[in-house]
Design a protein around this ligand. Structure first.
Ligand SMILES: [Zn+2]
Length: 631
């Protein structure tokens, strides 16, 4: 995607006003172009304009990005629109539109990176759906991971509160999530569906089938249309032993293969890994060995969403007479959900509070903790940095990191490991021992699924563009003609045309601009805010306050300069002197021969002149804010 937040347009601003720059394009080499503002800035100048500027920046700026309005779908074509999740791992949302019905599959969030400082989450862009609310028959959720459910609280009201379909566990997780948002989704309409069920939404029939993933209750969906079935896998892998899928998988996919399958939409997350993924049973066996033989306390860091693994750890712990301490809100929440859904019931006395840790010998203690990604406030980080009230690590402890590193978290995990190793304790992680397996199938598994389904058309999904392309290559190698494979972008409108004979990507696109959650507000097109934050982070801010005596038309005093994050002012006196001189000269020139004071003009020229000076002398481009006052 031509992601504008990757390419900040940097440079000076003529004022503290919200100014929209062009998205995309390499603006490093672009010449400074002042954008004058209509109002008299001197009347609204504040002592701290930058903070007002950031706070008051509108979060929704419609029309900031040109998108071609999608056509009205009046044809008998099936439309598939991925609104998220095909250019990243996260914010999944797939739309199927046929005649008068729209079905939505998943509503995830994507966690943000250093490319979007201060932003909490990125959401799929739902504009296409907002404009067609009356056609929406349901929001169907494949499973309870945040990249499939996390967007629900933010979007459910915007798309007209359609009924929500998901398995019992998925529904419990969504309900738990909604508790964090007391004002949203007041009219939630939950409908529980399980594998094997068939339901009718509008004129479409949906068949739910079980898929193996790292969370129970994960469902795949086959949507029956008169042209054939569209199969959406959601996230999945295969249960197998020695690379032979189990009888359960054979049954599920064998039955599915009997249908007239038109299109397969499949998970691509692990497609770049060859062969088969490691079965979860190997992980269980290894963890059992570790629990059995570890002397001293055992601390296990894992993803809270790994329900089955957590349950397994409880079972093994109980088998060997150990006590469990759970640390971290998400682990406790999810254990609560697991109990509610009937997935498991721990023995009454197997869980103890951390305050009682001293009452048991060290080798009877297992601590289950969140934070295997090195998250700042998570339990494992608190333990590693001596911030826990009762638990203090020592060299007799063993820490198992039973999770992989989520891309982007490498540094945080490294820091966590460094902190742990400072105690000279033993660390076992997935790189040296099989203590974690993925929830996403490798290339060979995906190929097996593809062949079993035997659909005419194929669309890889759930992953970065490169992963999708690799997945497309695999499909080709299985004999699917290239013309029958589409690799979409977020917002692509895919149509199956000619009574199911042809698949195309239309040149029109559904709006796909960034939709973000920033604190309490949700909005799209916030590239400017992001760009400012990047600018501030990289080169800081430079404010120059020029006070003009309206009678004499001269500077009342030497301009004041405020700067943050740019250079250390006390050691840059020469630079400040030059900046003041530039401001002074501009004012004098602008008002010579008795010309009236033109604040806008002076502001633009001061911004330009000072920006050029700063760039020439420091090779930096801070945000320059001129404040022109007249008395
Ligand atoms: Zn998942």
């Amino acid at each position: 995607m031509n992601n504008p937040i990757n390419r900040p347009a940097r440079g000076a601003r003529p004022s503290g006003q919200f100014v929209r720059g062009k998205s995309g394009g390499n603006t490093q080499t672009k010449k400074y172009q002042p954008r004058p503002k209509k109002t008299n800035y001197h009347q609204t100048a504040s002592k701290t304009p930058v903070f007002r500027h950031l706070k008051n920046t509108p979060t929704k700026n419609k029309g900031a990005k040109t998108q071609i309005a999608p056509l009205v779908n009046l044809s008998k074509n099936i439309r598939i629109i991925p609104l998220g999740g095909v250019e990243e791992v996260g914010k999944n949302m797939m739309v199927l539109e046929y005649l008068n019905d729209i079905l939505i599959f998943d509503a995830g969030v994507q966690f943000t990176t250093e490319e979007s400082p201060g932003i909490d989450y990125i959401l799929p862009n739902t504009t296409y759906l907002e404009e067609r609310q009356d056609k929406i028959r349901g929001l169907i959720i494949t499973h309870g991971h945040l990249d499939h459910i996390g967007g629900i609280p933010y979007i459910i009201d915007k798309i007209g509160n359609p009924p929500l379909y998901g398995s019992n566990l998925t529904t419990l997780m969504i309900k738990k999530k909604m508790e964090e948002f007391p004002t949203q989704g007041k009219q939630m309409n939950y409908k529980i569906v399980e594998a094997g069920e068939k339901i009718k939404l509008g004129n479409l029939t949906l068949k739910f089938f079980p898929v193996t993933h790292s969370i129970p209750g994960a469902l795949g969906i086959s949507i029956e249309t008169p042209l054939g079935n569209v199969v959406i896998t959601g996230d999945l892998k295969l249960e197998h032993s020695n690379e032979t899928p189990t009888a359960k998988e054979e049954k599920t996919w064998g039955e599915l293969g009997q249908d007239n399958n038109l299109l397969l939409i499949a998970d691509s997350t692990n497609v770049e890994k060859p062969g088969y993924s490691m079965p979860e049973q190997v992980v269980y066996d290894n963890i059992e060995q570790i629990i059995k033989y570890t002397k001293g306390r055992l601390i296990v860091g894992t993803f809270a969403s790994q329900f089955e693994r957590m349950i397994k750890i409880f079972e093994i712990a109980e088998k060997y007479g150990k006590k469990i301490i759970t640390e971290g809100r998400s682990i406790n929440t999810n254990l609560e959900i697991a109990k509610l859904s009937g997935l498991f019931t721990p023995k009454k006395d197997s869980v103890i509070p951390s305050s009682e840790i001293g009452n048991y010998p060290a080798d009877r203690i297992i601590i289950l903790a969140t934070g295997s990604q090195g998250e700042e406030f998570a339990a494992l980080t608190r333990l590693a940095t001596k911030k826990h009230k009762y638990i203090f690590l020592n060299e007799r402890d063993t820490v198992v990191l039973s999770s992989s590193i989520v891309p982007g978290n490498e540094l945080a995990v490294r820091r966590l490991e460094d902190n742990l190793y400072r105690y000279d304790l033993k660390v076992i992680h997935y790189r040296v021992s099989d203590v974690h397996s993925t929830g996403h199938g490798n290339a060979q598994e995906l190929a097996w699924i593809n062949q079993k389904v035997g659909a005419r058309f194929f669309m890889p999904a759930y992953g970065h563009h490169s992963m999708l392309k690799v997945h497309a290559e695999i499909a080709k190698s299985l004999g699917i003609p290239p013309a029958n494979i589409v690799v979409p972008d977020n917002g692509s409108i895919i149509e199956i045309q000619d009574a199911g004979q042809k698949i195309v990507i239309l040149k029109e696109k559904a709006p796909s601009g960034l939709m973000m959650v920033d604190g309490l507000s949700v909005g799209n097109m916030q590239e400017v805010v992001i760009r400012d934050r990047q600018c501030l982070a990289q080169d800081g801010i430079f404010v120059i306050i020029v006070t003009i005596d309206l009678k004499t038309k001269r500077l009342k005093k030497s301009p004041d300069i405020i700067s943050r994050g740019f250079v250390y002012l006390r050691e840059s006196q020469e630079l400040l002197k030059k900046a003041r001189y530039i401001a002074k000269t501009i004012v004098e020139k602008a008002t010579q021969n008795g010309k009236p004071v033109d604040f806008d003009q002076i502001k633009v020229e001061v911004a330009g002149g000072v920006s050029r000076l700063l760039l020439q002398t420091t090779n930096k481009r801070p945000i320059v804010i001129p404040v022109i006052l007249g008395f």
